[in-house]
Each structure stands twice: as structure tokens, then as C-alpha cells.
Design a protein around this ligand. Structure first.
Ligand SMILES: Cc1cc2nc3c(=O)[nH]c(=O)nc-3n(C[C@H](O)[C@H](O)[C@H](O)COP(=O)(O)OP(=O)(O)OC[C@H]3O[C@@H](n4cnc5c(N)ncnc54)[C@H](O)[C@@H]3O)c2cc1C
Length: 484
């Protein structure tokens, strides 16, 4: 009997767990270690953050789903990986610490034959003084953040209803943050809610981001087919912001936040500040801080993880200038190069480099939109990692028939702009996510499948996705027929 141990029950880890168990059946064990009680469908946190969905609508408890599927669930936090065992145990294991119940605070060594690290990001608010929901800016990264954000937003609406002007600052709260798509979506949803309440004359919505140009989205921008024309995402995004009356500041790194004021530096090296009444600024991401030790208890964290805390996989990490980046730098199996039975998928893997050209201000501050870490590729990675592990267990052969490189995989980003029947969405599909200039010398991507569109259809699709993906995550009948 083999044991597959999965760390993290987000989009990537949960997908991996369901796929692995379905294919392995009763003869092998699938164990999930995750600190959260609930699964959350993160993309719908946007709607929680504008009060259009409750937190209950975007979450469900994991334990009953895992029980029904025969997956062992340990509500705990992984602390360290011991890929060679230790002096007392010859088999490889992960040290975990329980976070709830009678076992709370207790540690346990969980052995594995195959390990999948799908621990997602640490939301690195500490990197920017005063940022985050515990201080002076908001976030929609988790459902409880989004609920607090909505509570703060409501107070602004109440003030506007009394005739008080309010300034909303939305974007990235760190020079190297990613997830611009989510912040963009939140900005559009705020403006939709302001218009719905007929409060436009009291509102000023300002976008701030580390992108070199609007529409960079951490993927170096894109050329999209829009109504038969090839349009750069810069123009596509600018025209949406114009329509929604959103002003913008780009090429900027937020460096400090105080109550009602954000301090930032731009690529020119100028230090500036902007006042706000409400700020939703997404943090930078880092790895969750797992450690690793060899059989002699020597710290080998740097062997398994990149300096940013994300796990090394089959990427080409050789430092090289932007001009020499290649599609083949991107990993496709997510296998750790040192320990072949360890994999990292979703946000947990270390990308070889950003996709957008790295930029530094005149003072040396990094101001670069880092590579997008979206849900669709995270789900696909979880699935192919599980499929490859299952095949190794069932055949005994170390093959990787299933591959999913960001330079060979598309992604759809549906950016809702409002809720209900009057909502619209900006839909963008890019193929591939990371440009491949050798294969697609003209546009860097396959222009046939790289499309941008604004309309109601995308919005309904996003709405349907919410229900469909929660259905799938609950492992309801025929869940596996729904794609990632
Ligand atoms: C507001 C918002 C909107 C978004 N909208 C979209 C969208 O519309 N479309 C899209 O494609 N993508 C979207 N994304 C991105 C998408 O949510 C992420 O790509 C996806 O959640 C990544 O999945 P993951 O499994 O890698 O990480 P996560 O979903 O973050 O899951 C990580 C898991 O690991 C667990 N964990 C953490 N530390 C430990 C530990 N020490 N031990 C064990 N477990 C641990 C966590 O509790 C969690 O269960 C959005 C993101 C945000 C923030």
C-alpha cells in the first residue's frame, strides 16, 4: 500500500487529492494535511468583498467530503519535510502540528511515499509596513478578509449617501505583487456598486499597481483578438477603466501605509503619497515557510526551496537576462529535482523568473508585476501531478505522461464587473500563459486563442463557474467530468 501525502486543501491540493483517491481506490492511502476547516472558492471572494455574496456561499467544510471519498484529513499545519527520514525513522515524513480539537498544538510525523506540496502562498503583508486587514488596508485574498473589506466598504457607502466624498484606492500593495487580475476585478465591482447606488459624484476610484503598463497582469501584457482587431491589453484595460471612470497610477511600489495614506515609489525613483478613505491592496506572495531537514537533521531548506520560500521543481533556474528567457524554462511535471517523490503545484512551486520584464527604480527598488498564479493552471497542475503519481504507484514505472507547463497551457480570466443580471465581465483567454516567442514569433502567443471581450456572456459564465466549481470541489456525482 502506498501513501500519497498532500499539504494544502486549496484549488491545487484539493484537486490533486480528489483525482488521486478516485484513481487509487481503497488499496492506497491519500492523506490531506491542511489547517483550514473549510474549502474556499477564492475567486468569489470578490463578490463577498462588495457584499453580493456571503462568506457561507463561498465555503464548505472539508471533513465530510474527505470522509465520503475515503481521504484521511488532518486539520493541521505542515512544519517541516524530512525527505530522508531521521535518526529515529528511516522512512521519509512530514512533521505536522494540529491546529484544532483535542490534538491542538501536538506534533506528529506523517510518513509518505509521495508528497505533494500545495500550500499556496503566504500573504506577505509584513513586507509593507501598515498593510493588510490587521492594519490600514484591506484584502480579498481570503473569505474573512473579504468580509471585513465589505464591512469597511459599507461605511464608505453610508458616508457617500450623506454627501461625503470618498476616495477608493485599489491595486497591488507591494512592488513585486501578482494577482493584478483579482484587484482589477475588485476595482470594477466597486465602481459597479457605486453606480448602482447612484453615488458616482461622491466617488473617486484610483488604481495603483506595479505594472509597467496597464493590462500587464504579470504576463508581460498580451495582444488579444477583440472584435476582429488585435489589441494590446494596455488599450483593452485603459478603455475599460475609462468606461468605469477609474484613474490609474502604474509603475509604482507601495512601501508603507498609514491610516488614510499610502506611500509609494515609482520607477523614476520619486517618493510620493496618496490619501484614501478605503484601500484594497493585494499583498506580495512568498512561500509558507516550510523547512526541510536531512537524515542527520541538517537544515536542507535551501536545497528544496528557492529563497522566496517556494519549492524548486523541474524549472530551469539558471539566472539569465530577460532577453534569454525561454518557454522551456517553465516546469511541466512539478517534480523536485533532488527528491523525485516530492512535487509542488499551484502557487507553491517556484517559477524560474517573472514573465514581465523585471524593472528597478532609480533607487534600486524592484517594481515588477510577478508571474500570475491563477486558479485554472493551479487546478490543472494538481490534476497532472496526481495522475503521474497514480501511474507510478500502479505501474511501478517513473514516467511523467501528463505535463502542464505555463508556457504550453492556456488560462481564462473572467473579470466580473458587477453582479446579477446587469453585471458584465471582461473575459480574457491567453494561450499560453508564459509567452513562447519561438513558436509564436509575431505575438508571443497563439492569437487564435488569445482573446479579450467585454459583455454579459462572460459575466454569466463567471457566475455559472462559481456553482460548477463548488459542485466539483464537493465531489458530487460525476464531478470529474467538469474541467479545471
Ligand atoms: C480575490 C481573488 C480572486 C481570484 N480570482 C481568480 C479567478 O477568477 N480565476 C482564477 O483562475 N484565479 C483566480 N484567483 C487565483 C486563485 O485563487 C489561485 O490561483 C488559487 O487559489 C491557487 O491555488 P493553490 O491551491 O495553489 O493555493 P490556495 O488556494 O491558497 O491553497 C493553499 C492551501 O494550503 C493550505 N496551507 C497553507 N499553509 C499550510 C501548511 N503549512 N501546511 C498545510 N497546508 C497549508 C492553505 O490553508 C490552503 O488550503 C484569485 C485569487 C484571489 C486572491
Amino acid at each position: 500500500m502506498a501513501r500519497v501525502l498532500i499539504l494544502g486543501a486549496g484549488i491545487s491540493g484539493h484537486t490533486a487529492a480528489l483525482v488521486a483517491k478516485r484513481k487509487l481506490g481503497k488499496h492506497h492511502e491519500v492523506v490531506v494535511v491542511s489547517p483550514n476547516t473549510n474549502y474556499q472558492w477564492v475567486p468569489s471572494n470578490i463578490w463577498v468583498g462588495v457584499g453580493r455574496m456571503t462568506t457561507k456561499q463561498v465555503i464548505f467544510p472539508l471533513a465530510p467530503v474527505y470522509k465520503k471519498q475515503g481521504i484521511i484529513f488532518k486539520q493541521a499545519k505542515a512544519i517541516s519535510i524530512h525527505p530522508e527520514g531521521d535518526a529515529s525513522k528511516s522512512k521519509q515524513f512530514v512533521k505536522i502540528q494540529y491546529v484544532v480539537g483535542d490534538m491542538k498544538g501536538q506534533e506528529e510525523k506523517v510518513e509518505y511515499d509521495y508528497l505533494i506540496n500545495a500550500t499556496g502562498p503566504k500573504l506577505n503583508f509584513e513586507a509593507v509596513e501598515g498593510s493588510g486587514p490587521e492594519f490600514y488596508s484591506n484584502s480579498v485574498c481570503t473569505y474573512d478578509h473579504a468580509a471585513k473589506t465589505w464591512s469597511d466598504l459599507q461605511k464608505c457607502f453610508e458616508k457617500m449617501e450623506k454627501g461625503e466624498k470618498q476616495r477608493f484606492l485599489v491595486g497591488t500593495g507591494n512592488g513585486t505583487a501578482t494577482c493584478q487580475g483579482a484587484a482589477f476585478e475588485y476595482a470594477l465591482n466597486i465602481t459597479f456598486e457605486i453606480r448602482r447606488r447612484k453615488l458616482e459624484k461622491f466617488a473617486e476610484v484610483i488604481w495603483i499597481s506595479n505594472e509597467y503598463e496597464l493590462g500587464d497582469f504579470g504576463m508581460g501584457g498580451a495582444y488579444v483578438k477583440d472584435g476582429g482587431y488585435i489589441t494590446p491589453t494596455k488599450i483593452f484595460t485603459e478603455s475599460i477603466f475609462k468606461e468605469y471612470n477609474v484613474k490609474w497610477i502604474t509603475r509604482s511600489a507601495v512601501q508603507k501605509i498609514e491610516p488614510g495614506i499610502a506611500y509609494y515609489e515609482n520607477l523614476e525613483g520619486e517618493k510620493k503619497s496618496i490619501e484614501f478613505d478605503f484601500a484594497m491592496l493585494l499583498p506580495g506572495f512568498a512561500g509558507v515557510g516550510l523547512k526541510a531537514f536531512d537524515k542527520n537533521d541538517e537544515d536542507i531548506t535551501a536545497k528544496l526551496f528557492a529563497p522566496n520560500g517556494f519549492m524548486k521543481v523541474d524549472a530551469d533556474y539558471t539566472p539569465k537576462p530577460f532577453e534569454e528567457w525561454k518557454a522551456s524554462d517553465w516546469p511541466s511535471t512539478y517534480q523536485n529535482p533532488t527528491y523525485g517523490n516530492i512535487y509542488a503545484c499551484g502557487i507553491a512551486f517556484a517559477p524560474p523568473h517573472p514573465i514581465s520584464k523585471p524593472m528597478k527604480s532609480k533607487n534600486g527598488t524592484e517594481i515588477t508585476a510577478t508571474a500570475p498564479r491563477t486558479g485554472m493552471p493551479s487546478g490543472v497542475m494538481g490534476k497532472i501531478v496526481a495522475q503521474n503519481i497514480v501511474e507510478q504507484i500502479l505501474t511501478g514505472k517513473e514516467e511523467h505522461r501528463h505535463r502542464a507547463s505555463l508556457a504550453g497551457m492556456g488560462a481564462a480570466c473572467v473579470i466580473s464587473a458587477g453582479y446579477g443580471f446587469r453585471g458584465k465581465a471582461a473575459t480574457m483567454t491567453v494561450f499560453p500563459v508564459a509567452q513562447d516567442w519561438e513558436k509564436y514569433p509575431k505575438w508571443g502567443r497563439n492569437i487564435k486563442y488569445t482573446i479579450g471581450e467585454v459583455g454579459r456572456a462572460g459575466h454569466w459564465f463567471k457566475w455559472a463557474m462559481h456553482y460548477l466549481f463548488i459542485y466539483k470541489a464537493k465531489a458530487k456525482p460525476f464531478w470529474w467530468l467538469i474541467p479545471e
